[in-house]
Design a protein around this ligand. Structure first.
Ligand SMILES: C[S@@+](CC[C@H](N)C(=O)[O-])C[C@H]1O[C@@H](n2cnc3c(N)ncnc32)[C@H](O)[C@@H]1O
Length: 233
């Protein structure tokens, strides 16, 4: 599964992460020089290398998967970046430990989002920021199975207001995603005393399609990712 995921994650023009999630994430990231960064559900920590090269003071990735933490350790070899294998829901750190907490496409795996966001807020410096992306609620709401491997050309949104756990087939494995509405994410950040500074639906970025305008048009049909940013209120 790891190989399949990393191939998908870094597959350039064919990866929705590359054409949709990453451009919005980088837009909202802002300057990172001098910041102490925590990455929840860091995967292979590719962003950690990028942030360290951009001058962040420290990078700590946490991930629950042995395979992913092994990949992250390999990515960060020769840098000051660190990785811990830990469940996001177990995370806590003393006050003012981090200046920026990021989490990309991991928090829809988390059941108790309120506790995680409260732990984030507690561990941030007074001017600290949070920047997260999740699979968009219109996608987590319902899984419309597709029998072919062809690019999807229709989507189903259903049971949108029935929030909670969903068993999903992802990269050939069954995983549990927690479906929340857009409103739920906003309310959770607000409850954790974050002032929301951005909410984006990660529209595809025209210049990342290498001229493949049919794929660009297909990716303009449905939002796949939701981004939220907040500062410690
Ligand atoms: C879709 S991947 C995203 C990885 C990385 N952030 C990226 O954007 O490439 C989700 C990651 O979250 C991790 N993850 C999911 N649930 C977790 C949990 N409860 N605790 C720790 N890690 C978790 C998975 O192991 C996986 O590496």
């Amino acid at each position: 599964m790891l190989d399949r995921y990393l191939q998908h994650r870094h597959s350039g023009v064919h990866s929705p992460n590359h054409v949709m999630e990453e451009p919005a994430f980088l837009d909202e990231l802002g300057p990172v020089a001098g910041l102490r960064v925590l990455d929840l559900g860091c995967g292979d920590a590719a962003i950690g290398r990028t942030l360290l090269a951009a001058g962040c003071r420290s990078y700590l990735g946490i991930d629950g998967s042995t395979e992913m933490t092994r990949a992250a350790n390999a990515t960060l070899a020769g840098t000051s970046g660190r990785v811990d294998r830990m469940d996001i829901e177990q995370f806590s750190a003393p006050p003012h430990t981090f200046d920026l907490i990021i989490s990309r496409l991991a928090l829809h795996y988390v059941d108790d989002l309120d506790s995680v966001l409260s732990a984030c807020r507690r561990s941030l410096s007074p001017s600290g920021r949070l920047l997260i992306t999740v699979v968009h609620p219109v996608i987590t709401s319902h899984e419309a199975r597709q029998s072919t491997n062809e690019a999807r050309t229709n989507w189903v949104v259903d049971d949108y207001f029935d929030t909670g756990a969903r068993q999903r087939n992802w990269m050939g494995n069954t995983v549990t995603w927690y479906h929340r509405t857009v409103e739920d994410y906003v309310a959770a950040l607000t409850r954790a005393q974050f002032a929301i500074t951005a909410l984006r639906e990660c529209a595809p970025r025209h210049d990342r399609f290498d001229g493949d305008m049919a794929e660009y048009a297909r990716r303009r049909r449905v939002p796949l990712f939701l981004l939220l940013a907040g500062s410690r209120a």
